[in-house]
Design a protein around this ligand. Sequence first.
Ligand SMILES: Nc1nc(=O)c2c([nH]1)NC[C@@H]1CN(c3ccc(C(=O)N[C@@H](CCC(=O)O)C(=O)O)cc3)C=[N+]21
Length: 297
Amino acid sequence: MNTPAPIKLIDGKAAAARVLAEVKAQVADMKTQGIAPGLTVVLVGDDPASHVYVRNKVLRAEECGIQSREHRLPADTSEASLLGLIGELNADASVHGILVQLPLPGHINETRVLQAIDPLKDVDGFHAENVGGLSQGRDVLTPCTPAGCMRLLEDCMGDISGKHAVVIGRSNIVGKPMAALLLKAHCTVTVVHSRSANLKELCRQADIVVAAVGRPRLVDADWLKPGAVVIDVGINRITEGERSRLVGDVDFDSALPKVAAITPVPGGVGPMTIAFLMKNTLTAARLQQEAPCPSIS
Ligand SMILES: Nc1nc(=O)c2c([nH]1)NC[C@@H]1CN(c3ccc(C(=O)N[C@@H](CCC(=O)O)C(=O)O)cc3)C=[N+]21
Protein backbone atom coordinates (compact mmCIF):
# COMPACT_ATOMS: atom_id res chain seq x y z
CA MET A 1 0.00 0.00 0.00
CA ASN A 2 1.26 3.47 -0.85
CA THR A 3 1.80 5.87 2.00
CA PRO A 4 -0.20 9.00 1.33
CA ALA A 5 1.77 12.11 0.34
CA PRO A 6 2.20 14.44 3.32
CA ILE A 7 -0.14 17.41 3.33
CA LYS A 8 1.98 20.34 2.29
CA LEU A 9 -0.66 22.95 1.76
CA ILE A 10 -1.37 25.17 4.76
CA ASP A 11 -5.09 25.90 4.57
CA GLY A 12 -5.48 29.49 5.76
CA LYS A 13 -9.23 29.48 5.26
CA ALA A 14 -9.69 26.47 7.53
CA ALA A 15 -7.31 27.90 10.14
CA ALA A 16 -9.16 31.24 9.99
CA ALA A 17 -12.49 29.44 10.45
CA ARG A 18 -11.13 27.87 13.64
CA VAL A 19 -9.97 31.25 14.99
CA LEU A 20 -13.33 32.81 14.11
CA ALA A 21 -15.18 29.99 15.89
CA GLU A 22 -13.16 30.70 19.06
CA VAL A 23 -13.89 34.41 18.73
CA LYS A 24 -17.60 33.78 18.13
CA ALA A 25 -17.91 31.74 21.33
CA GLN A 26 -16.06 34.38 23.35
CA VAL A 27 -18.11 37.22 21.87
CA ALA A 28 -21.31 35.39 22.86
CA ASP A 29 -19.91 34.99 26.37
CA MET A 30 -19.06 38.68 26.56
CA LYS A 31 -22.56 39.64 25.47
CA THR A 32 -23.97 37.79 28.48
CA GLN A 33 -21.95 40.29 30.57
CA GLY A 34 -23.62 43.15 28.70
CA ILE A 35 -20.70 44.04 26.41
CA ALA A 36 -21.13 43.91 22.62
CA PRO A 37 -17.69 44.17 20.97
CA GLY A 38 -17.67 46.75 18.18
CA LEU A 39 -15.18 47.47 15.39
CA THR A 40 -15.02 50.71 13.40
CA VAL A 41 -13.13 50.95 10.12
CA VAL A 42 -12.18 54.32 8.68
CA LEU A 43 -11.50 54.52 4.95
CA VAL A 44 -10.17 57.72 3.43
CA GLY A 45 -10.36 57.94 -0.36
CA ASP A 46 -11.09 55.20 -2.80
CA ASP A 47 -8.25 52.71 -3.07
CA PRO A 48 -9.82 49.80 -5.02
CA ALA A 49 -7.53 47.20 -3.37
CA SER A 50 -9.02 48.13 0.00
CA HIS A 51 -12.50 47.13 -0.98
CA VAL A 52 -12.06 43.36 -1.02
CA TYR A 53 -10.52 43.60 2.41
CA VAL A 54 -13.27 45.77 3.84
CA ARG A 55 -16.01 43.59 2.35
CA ASN A 56 -14.47 40.40 3.77
CA LYS A 57 -14.01 42.08 7.12
CA VAL A 58 -17.69 43.07 7.40
CA LEU A 59 -18.76 39.53 6.53
CA ARG A 60 -16.42 37.95 9.09
CA ALA A 61 -17.47 40.42 11.80
CA GLU A 62 -21.13 39.54 11.23
CA GLU A 63 -20.32 35.83 11.40
CA CYS A 64 -18.79 36.12 14.83
CA GLY A 65 -21.26 38.59 16.29
CA ILE A 66 -19.02 41.66 16.29
CA GLN A 67 -20.76 44.92 15.43
CA SER A 68 -18.93 46.62 12.59
CA ARG A 69 -19.26 50.18 11.42
CA GLU A 70 -17.63 52.01 8.56
CA HIS A 71 -16.70 55.63 7.99
CA ARG A 72 -15.99 56.40 4.34
CA LEU A 73 -14.40 59.80 3.93
CA PRO A 74 -13.55 61.60 0.67
CA ALA A 75 -9.92 61.59 -0.55
CA ASP A 76 -9.57 65.33 0.16
CA THR A 77 -10.48 64.96 3.85
CA SER A 78 -8.14 67.11 5.95
CA GLU A 79 -5.85 65.59 8.53
CA ALA A 80 -7.52 67.74 11.17
CA SER A 81 -10.98 66.38 10.45
CA LEU A 82 -9.66 62.79 10.42
CA LEU A 83 -8.01 63.43 13.81
CA GLY A 84 -11.33 64.88 14.99
CA LEU A 85 -13.17 61.70 14.01
CA ILE A 86 -10.57 59.55 15.79
CA GLY A 87 -11.05 61.67 18.92
CA GLU A 88 -14.78 60.98 18.80
CA LEU A 89 -14.24 57.24 18.29
CA ASN A 90 -11.75 57.16 21.19
CA ALA A 91 -14.41 58.71 23.43
CA ASP A 92 -17.22 56.40 22.23
CA ALA A 93 -17.55 53.48 24.67
CA SER A 94 -19.39 51.35 22.08
CA VAL A 95 -16.31 51.42 19.81
CA HIS A 96 -13.75 48.87 21.02
CA GLY A 97 -11.58 48.66 17.92
CA ILE A 98 -10.51 51.39 15.50
CA LEU A 99 -8.84 50.53 12.20
CA VAL A 100 -7.74 53.30 9.86
CA GLN A 101 -7.24 51.70 6.48
CA LEU A 102 -3.75 52.25 5.02
CA PRO A 103 -2.38 53.72 2.85
CA LEU A 104 -3.76 57.20 3.57
CA PRO A 105 -3.76 59.96 0.94
CA GLY A 106 -0.38 61.72 0.66
CA HIS A 107 -1.43 64.96 2.37
CA ILE A 108 -2.20 63.13 5.63
CA ASN A 109 0.60 62.24 8.06
CA GLU A 110 0.17 58.53 8.74
CA THR A 111 2.18 58.48 11.96
CA ARG A 112 0.23 61.36 13.46
CA VAL A 113 -3.03 59.58 12.68
CA LEU A 114 -1.92 56.20 14.08
CA GLN A 115 -0.60 57.90 17.24
CA ALA A 116 -4.00 59.56 17.77
CA ILE A 117 -5.74 56.20 18.21
CA ASP A 118 -6.23 55.09 21.83
CA PRO A 119 -3.65 52.26 22.22
CA LEU A 120 -6.34 50.12 23.88
CA LYS A 121 -8.49 50.47 20.71
CA ASP A 122 -5.60 50.00 18.28
CA VAL A 123 -6.63 46.67 16.73
CA ASP A 124 -3.91 47.01 14.07
CA GLY A 125 -1.22 47.22 16.75
CA PHE A 126 0.43 50.14 14.92
CA HIS A 127 0.53 52.69 17.78
CA ALA A 128 4.04 53.23 19.19
CA GLU A 129 2.81 52.09 22.63
CA ASN A 130 1.88 48.71 21.17
CA VAL A 131 4.91 48.51 18.87
CA GLY A 132 7.14 49.20 21.89
CA GLY A 133 5.24 46.70 24.02
CA LEU A 134 5.66 43.99 21.38
CA SER A 135 9.36 44.78 21.17
CA GLN A 136 9.57 44.31 24.94
CA GLY A 137 7.76 40.98 24.59
CA ARG A 138 4.67 42.24 26.42
CA ASP A 139 1.19 40.96 25.71
CA VAL A 140 -0.18 43.92 23.74
CA LEU A 141 -2.48 44.34 20.73
CA THR A 142 -0.38 42.83 17.94
CA PRO A 143 -0.52 43.41 14.17
CA CYS A 144 -3.02 41.02 12.58
CA THR A 145 -0.97 39.63 9.70
CA PRO A 146 2.09 38.59 11.73
CA ALA A 147 -0.16 37.24 14.50
CA GLY A 148 -1.97 35.16 11.88
CA CYS A 149 1.33 33.90 10.45
CA MET A 150 2.45 32.80 13.92
CA ARG A 151 -0.73 30.80 14.41
CA LEU A 152 -0.22 29.08 11.03
CA LEU A 153 3.36 28.21 11.99
CA GLU A 154 2.35 26.86 15.40
CA ASP A 155 -0.48 24.77 13.88
CA CYS A 156 1.91 23.28 11.37
CA MET A 157 5.15 22.91 13.37
CA GLY A 158 4.22 23.03 17.04
CA ASP A 159 7.15 24.39 19.05
CA ILE A 160 9.37 26.53 16.81
CA SER A 161 11.97 27.45 19.42
CA GLY A 162 15.53 27.24 18.10
CA LYS A 163 14.46 27.30 14.43
CA HIS A 164 16.14 29.69 12.03
CA ALA A 165 13.49 32.01 10.60
CA VAL A 166 14.26 34.34 7.71
CA VAL A 167 11.86 37.25 7.26
CA ILE A 168 12.03 38.86 3.83
CA GLY A 169 10.91 42.48 4.17
CA ARG A 170 11.20 45.05 6.96
CA SER A 171 7.89 46.92 6.88
CA ASN A 172 6.29 48.26 10.05
CA ILE A 173 3.11 46.35 9.15
CA VAL A 174 4.58 42.87 8.63
CA GLY A 175 8.37 42.38 8.58
CA LYS A 176 9.34 44.10 11.84
CA PRO A 177 6.48 42.83 14.03
CA MET A 178 6.90 39.34 12.50
CA ALA A 179 10.57 39.35 13.53
CA ALA A 180 9.58 40.43 17.06
CA LEU A 181 7.02 37.60 17.36
CA LEU A 182 9.46 34.99 16.05
CA LEU A 183 12.04 36.18 18.58
CA LYS A 184 9.45 35.97 21.33
CA ALA A 185 8.85 32.36 20.23
CA HIS A 186 12.62 31.72 20.63
CA CYS A 187 13.56 31.49 16.96
CA THR A 188 16.89 32.66 15.55
CA VAL A 189 15.71 35.51 13.36
CA THR A 190 17.29 37.01 10.26
CA VAL A 191 15.59 39.94 8.56
CA VAL A 192 16.58 40.47 4.93
CA HIS A 193 15.44 43.15 2.49
CA SER A 194 16.07 44.69 -0.91
CA ARG A 195 19.53 45.96 0.09
CA SER A 196 20.73 42.68 1.60
CA ALA A 197 23.90 41.56 -0.13
CA ASN A 198 23.29 37.82 -0.11
CA LEU A 199 19.53 37.53 0.01
CA LYS A 200 19.27 34.10 -1.59
CA GLU A 201 22.08 32.50 0.42
CA LEU A 202 20.59 33.70 3.71
CA CYS A 203 17.17 32.46 2.70
CA ARG A 204 18.59 29.02 1.86
CA GLN A 205 19.60 28.61 5.50
CA ALA A 206 16.07 29.07 6.78
CA ASP A 207 13.89 26.46 8.47
CA ILE A 208 11.07 29.02 8.23
CA VAL A 209 10.71 31.61 5.46
CA VAL A 210 8.25 34.49 5.81
CA ALA A 211 8.06 36.42 2.54
CA ALA A 212 6.62 39.93 2.84
CA VAL A 213 8.21 42.16 0.21
CA GLY A 214 5.49 42.63 -2.39
CA ARG A 215 7.57 41.29 -5.30
CA PRO A 216 5.57 38.75 -7.31
CA ARG A 217 7.16 35.25 -7.24
CA LEU A 218 10.54 36.55 -6.03
CA VAL A 219 11.30 33.36 -4.07
CA ASP A 220 11.61 30.10 -6.00
CA ALA A 221 12.87 26.59 -5.19
CA ASP A 222 16.47 27.73 -5.56
CA TRP A 223 16.05 30.00 -2.49
CA LEU A 224 14.80 27.22 -0.23
CA LYS A 225 16.36 24.56 1.94
CA PRO A 226 14.66 21.19 1.43
CA GLY A 227 11.94 20.78 4.04
CA ALA A 228 11.55 24.49 4.82
CA VAL A 229 8.17 25.86 5.91
CA VAL A 230 7.11 28.83 3.81
CA ILE A 231 4.63 31.55 4.79
CA ASP A 232 3.78 33.78 1.84
CA VAL A 233 2.42 37.16 2.91
CA GLY A 234 2.54 38.73 -0.57
CA ILE A 235 -0.70 39.58 -2.32
CA ASN A 236 0.28 40.80 -5.79
CA ARG A 237 -2.22 41.32 -8.58
CA ILE A 238 -0.60 40.47 -11.92
CA THR A 239 -1.88 40.23 -15.49
CA GLU A 240 -1.09 37.06 -17.39
CA GLY A 241 -2.20 37.19 -20.99
CA GLU A 242 -5.86 38.13 -20.86
CA ARG A 243 -6.52 37.58 -17.20
CA SER A 244 -5.59 39.13 -13.90
CA ARG A 245 -4.79 36.98 -10.88
CA LEU A 246 -3.31 37.11 -7.39
CA VAL A 247 0.15 35.67 -6.75
CA GLY A 248 2.37 35.71 -3.70
CA ASP A 249 6.00 36.70 -3.19
CA VAL A 250 6.81 33.00 -3.60
CA ASP A 251 6.69 31.05 -6.86
CA PHE A 252 4.31 28.45 -5.49
CA ASP A 253 4.66 25.81 -8.23
CA SER A 254 8.44 25.95 -8.09
CA ALA A 255 8.58 25.86 -4.27
CA LEU A 256 5.98 23.15 -3.61
CA PRO A 257 8.08 20.03 -4.35
CA LYS A 258 10.89 21.26 -2.10
CA VAL A 259 9.06 22.47 1.01
CA ALA A 260 7.59 20.71 4.04
CA ALA A 261 4.62 23.09 3.96
CA ILE A 262 3.57 26.32 2.25
CA THR A 263 0.68 28.79 2.31
CA PRO A 264 -1.15 29.46 -0.97
CA VAL A 265 -2.17 32.90 -2.26
CA PRO A 266 -5.09 33.46 -2.07
CA GLY A 267 -6.39 31.31 0.79
CA GLY A 268 -3.33 31.47 3.03
CA VAL A 269 -2.33 34.43 5.17
CA GLY A 270 -5.12 36.80 3.95
CA PRO A 271 -8.02 35.06 5.70
CA MET A 272 -5.93 34.79 8.88
CA THR A 273 -5.32 38.56 8.88
CA ILE A 274 -9.05 39.15 8.99
CA ALA A 275 -9.63 36.47 11.63
CA PHE A 276 -7.01 38.10 13.87
CA LEU A 277 -8.63 41.50 13.38
CA MET A 278 -11.73 39.99 14.98
CA LYS A 279 -9.67 38.40 17.72
CA ASN A 280 -7.97 41.73 18.40
CA THR A 281 -11.34 43.48 18.60
CA LEU A 282 -12.38 41.02 21.29
CA THR A 283 -9.06 41.49 23.11
CA ALA A 284 -9.47 45.27 22.88
CA ALA A 285 -12.97 45.07 24.38
CA ARG A 286 -11.54 43.01 27.26
CA LEU A 287 -8.66 45.43 27.84
CA GLN A 288 -11.08 48.37 28.00
CA GLN A 289 -13.26 46.51 30.45
CA GLU A 290 -10.31 45.73 32.71
CA ALA A 291 -8.09 48.75 32.46
CA PRO A 292 -8.94 52.25 33.57
CA CYS A 293 -5.19 52.96 33.42
CA PRO A 294 -2.70 52.35 30.54
CA SER A 295 -1.99 48.74 29.57
CA ILE A 296 1.19 47.88 31.43
CA SER A 297 1.51 44.15 31.91
N1 LIG B 1 -4.82 49.57 8.68
C1 LIG B 1 -4.76 48.54 7.85
N2 LIG B 1 -4.73 47.27 8.32
C2 LIG B 1 -4.69 46.20 7.46
O1 LIG B 1 -4.65 45.04 7.91
C3 LIG B 1 -4.71 46.45 6.04
C4 LIG B 1 -4.75 47.79 5.62
N3 LIG B 1 -4.75 48.80 6.53
N4 LIG B 1 -4.75 48.10 4.30
C5 LIG B 1 -4.84 47.08 3.28
C6 LIG B 1 -4.19 45.80 3.74
C7 LIG B 1 -4.57 44.58 2.92
N5 LIG B 1 -5.16 43.64 3.84
C8 LIG B 1 -5.71 42.42 3.43
C9 LIG B 1 -6.23 41.50 4.33
C10 LIG B 1 -6.82 40.32 3.91
C11 LIG B 1 -6.87 40.00 2.57
C12 LIG B 1 -7.50 38.72 2.11
O2 LIG B 1 -8.27 38.11 2.81
N6 LIG B 1 -7.17 38.24 0.90
C13 LIG B 1 -7.72 37.03 0.31
C14 LIG B 1 -7.93 37.19 -1.18
C15 LIG B 1 -8.94 38.19 -1.54
C16 LIG B 1 -9.13 38.24 -3.07
O3 LIG B 1 -9.57 37.23 -3.64
O4 LIG B 1 -8.81 39.28 -3.65
C17 LIG B 1 -6.74 35.87 0.45
O5 LIG B 1 -5.53 36.12 0.54
O6 LIG B 1 -7.18 34.73 0.39
C18 LIG B 1 -6.34 40.89 1.65
C19 LIG B 1 -5.77 42.07 2.08
C20 LIG B 1 -5.21 44.21 5.07
N7 LIG B 1 -4.69 45.45 5.09
